[in-house]
Design a protein around this ligand. Structure first.
Ligand code: C6P
Length: 404
């Protein structure tokens, strides 16, 4: 299969925005869904749709089988020891909130500290701040340098006896930095401190092995990896799942309910109250099949190639400033043009058919650290191509022309 052929799996890309060809470069926000996943969703809706784990009838059995298979696919995708350790959530945000609730409210209290990094998305900051306010837990931040690289040499000094959890993203959504999370785990585990990794921007672009990483918690979203919205995964070590509080209460997460009280089911059901996102989870399973069919290594290499080309070419445009120049980077190009607000860059690019994101990318502390309000962010997927880059660069030149 060539990349050109692979592009044909994404019919949505083959359309015009006004007079222009669509150049979809907002993949870090949500990636596109290949026909193979659309077909699987259609098959589910037209042949299997039903509730899971409840019915004895044929459709419920089909839906249950497909849903359970999706969980197996997730486990094998992450190399998790067991699918019972892979909880379906609504997405990364919910996965992290589940840990803040189920782990944080159970094990953390006054005087304790959570270490986060300077590169975090709000999803890996706000739940900890909320927990902190409620329980008297404070946050400590691993700093970064001007290139957007974490200063991990400072981490050992941050890890004193008060630290009960370390939370870092695997790849920064705002700058694209690939963090050395294996090193974070090594340092934290050296002091018996568990680690949560926000993998939202990593799993679509690289092979992740949770056992090799040793992470205690690993969260991600389906919609950034060619799957549908509405589902994500929280992987956790069994020792925590056994001891953590449930997040939500309701059906499916119990063994028995009487007026005297409730006994909870085991993981993953304990953490999946109510009807789960059945269709989306099955779609995620199909997305995993699709990505593995191409190969995560090939995907990563293709995206690195596109990023290198785009970086070189955008720097040729006078007045462009890049944010995030880490040694190890995923396919994110965060930039601005001197004297132009990133929102204006986004609007002009949109008028040329180029979809990017402009703003603080839900990472305001990153923007504050860099002393800017926002950036324009082009983010690449393996189905992008050189024409997308041409269109991006032409659009940025037009921004320059318009704003002089
Ligand atoms: N980042 C972006 O444009 P949800 O919304 O729960 O699926 O994912 C939240 C999230 C958590 N961590 C990281 C590193 C992320 O990048 C995101 C989502 C999108 O960058 C939307 S803000």
């Amino acid at each position: 299969m060539t990349w050109r052929e692979i592009q044909k799996d994404f019919p949505i890309l083959n359309q015009r925005i006004g007079e222009h060809r669509l150049a979809y470069l907002d993949n870090a926000a949500s990636s596109q869904v290949p026909q193979q996943v659309v077909d699987r969703l259609e098959e589910y809706l037209t042949r299997e749709h039903s509730n899971v784990h409840r019915g004895v009838h044929a459709l419920s059995q089909r839906a249950t089988e497909s849903f359970d298979q999706a969980r197996e696919k997730v486990a094998s995708f992450l190399n998790a020891p067991s699918s019972a350790q892979c909880i379906f959530t609504r997405g990364t945000t919910e996965g992290i909130n589940l840990v803040a609730h189920g782990f944080g409210r159970k094990f953390l209290g006054k005087g304790d500290t959570i270490v986060v990094s300077a590169l975090e998305h709000h999803a890996n900051i706000v739940p900890w701040q909320m927990l902190g306010e409620e329980r008297g837990v404070s946050l400590r931040v691993i700093p970064m340098n001007d290139r957007g690289e974490l200063l991990l040499e400072e981490l050992p000094d941050l890890l004193d006896d008060s630290v009960k959890l370390v939370c870092v993203n695997h790849v920064s959504n705002a700058l694209g930095t690939i963090n050395d999370v294996a090193r974070v785990v090594e340092l934290a585990h050296g002091r018996d401190i568990p680690v949560l990794i926000d993998g939202a921007q990593a799993v679509p672009h690289m092979k992740v092995d949770v056992q090799e990483l040793g992470a205690d918690f690993y969260a991600f979203s389906s919609h950034k990896m060619c799957g549908p919205t509405g589902v994500g995964v929280l992987y956790a070590k069994k020792k925590w799942l056994d001891r953590m509080n449930p997040f939500l209460g309701g059906g499916d997460m119990i063994l028995s309910v009487t007026w005297e009280g409730t006994t909870f089911n085991e993981a993953p059901h304990k953490f999946e109250a109510g009807t789960p996102p059945i269709m989306a989870a099955i779609g995620l399973g199909a997305a995993i099949d699709y990505l593995e069919g191409i190969g995560l290594d090939a995907i990563g290499a293709r995206e690195a190639e596109l990023l290198a080309q785009a970086t070189e070419r955008i720097l040729e445009v006078d007045g462009v400033r890049l944010y995030g120049t880490a040694e190890e980077k995923a396919g994110v190009l965060s930039f601005d043009v001197e004297g132009v607000h990133p929102h204006d860059i986004g609007t002009i690019l949109d008028s040329q058919g180029v979809a990017i994101r402009a703003g603080h990318h839900c990472a305001q502390p990153v923007m504050n650290r860099l002393g800017i309000p926002a950036t324009a962010r082009a983010s690449f997927a393996f189905y992008n191509d050189e024409e997308d880059i041409d269109q991006l660069i032409d659009g940025v030149r037009l921004v320059k022309e318009i704003f002089g």
